[in-house]
Design a protein around this ligand. Structure first.
Ligand SMILES: Nc1nc2c(ncn2[C@@H]2O[C@H](COP(=O)(O)OP(=O)(O)OP(=O)(O)O)[C@@H](O)[C@H]2O)c(=O)[nH]1
Ligand SMILES: [Mg+2]
Ligand SMILES: [Zn+2]
Length: 293
């Protein structure tokens, strides 16, 4: 008989799945099928420790990125994406913006977490981020120092499946250690590996905060490619343009350099941030040229 299980860890073609609170090693039936942390899957028992995944039972949404036409699946069944940024290591704003655009396209709530506010240089950075992303764009931004605790996000995590996403070294795993009950074990893991450099998460993993709240850690990303988006819908994913859809002079405007383009007008009037304006043009150009090689 097929039972259902939750995928809690993925490493290559190997998975750990959870059934009634117990973890099992899982292999897959077909080499072609890809599963991801957060999936509810159907399994068949092999023995008391091992099971075989046979299909996906529930995948209401899927977080994935696409770089140069290659898709990489990250996690599924996500209620909210917590995009973690920090003044150190250098914050790549295009990465943050791409995550926000993805979240908009997938209908997943994004929350920006600014970590490492204990660093003195963080104050200026935090103000700039809040000014643009909350005041102008309406995104929720929470600033904290994982070293001093993560109480600021606890209420946000309640009764949700949250995914932490961000560049390597921003402190995702440190945040996880603060919000899960058995986090101390993992802190030990971090301090041990600190002797050899830095701790880097290599596999996506789901942790239970309690019976109704889960949080997923994943390896740090360099890029969050958006090659899968529909170029005709791109501007819908920009809150600063959303209220002006249909205001361009030409119905088929690509918002690159056409006369009477509302996007250009918003930018020139200071209602659109330069980095986001240039990113929109660059994603548009990438989407228009993809598949032509
Ligand atoms: N100053 C400061 N450092 C922090 C804070 N949170 C985490 N760090 C440090 O930042 C470094 C990276 O933290 P991790 O939690 O491993 O970062 P990560 O985002 O999980 O990194 P990857 O697994 O590589 O993606 C570690 O040396 C942490 O001790 C913070 O609030 N303040
Ligand atoms: Mg990590
Ligand atoms: Zn236009």
């Amino acid at each position: 008989m097929t039972k259902s299980a939750l995928v809690v860890k993925a490493y290559g073609r190997q998975f750990i799945v959870e059934i009634d609170g117990t973890n099992y090693q899982a292999v897959t039936k077909s080499k072609k099928t890809e599963y991801v942390v957060g999936d509810i899957v159907g399994i068949e028992e092999i023995n008391s420790e091992q099971v075989q995944i046979v299909d996906v039972i529930k995948r209401d949404n899927l977080v994935y990125r696409t770089d140069n036409n290659r898709s990489k699946i990250i996690a599924s069944n996500i209620d909210q994406m917590l995009i973690v940024i920090a003044v150190k290591p250098n914050c790549n704003l295009n990465f943050l913006n791409n995550c926000l655009i993805f979240a908009e396209s997938a209908g997943i709530t994004p929350i920006i977490i600014i970590n490492k506010t204990d660093l003195t240089e963080s104050a200026d950075f935090t103000n700039k981020i809040i000014n643009l992303y909350t005041a102008s764009l309406g995104y929720e931004v929470i600033s904290l120092s994982a070293y001093n605790g993560c109480d600021a996000i606890l209420s946000k995590l309640a009764n949700k499946n949250s995914l932490l996403i961000g560049q390597s070294g921003v402190g995702k795993s440190t945040i996880i250690n603060q919000v899960i009950p058995d986090g101390r074990a993992r802190t030990g893991e971090i301090s041990k590996s600190e002797n050899t450099g830095c701790h880097t998460t290599t596999n996506a993993e789901l942790y239970h905060i309690n019976n109704h709240s889960n949080i997923i850690d994943c390896p740090g990303l360099q890029e969050f490619g958006l090659y899968h988006l529909d170029v005709d819908r791109l501007i819908e994913y920009f809150p600063e343009i959303k209220d002006h859809l249909g205001e361009c002079k030409f119905r088929n405007c690509r918002h690159l350099n056409e006369p009477g383009c509302i996007v250009k007008t918003l930018y020139e009037n200071g209602q659109m941030d330069k980095v986001r304006f240039e990113l929109l043009q660059s994603i548009t150009n990438n989407l228009l040229t993809k598949g032509r090689f």
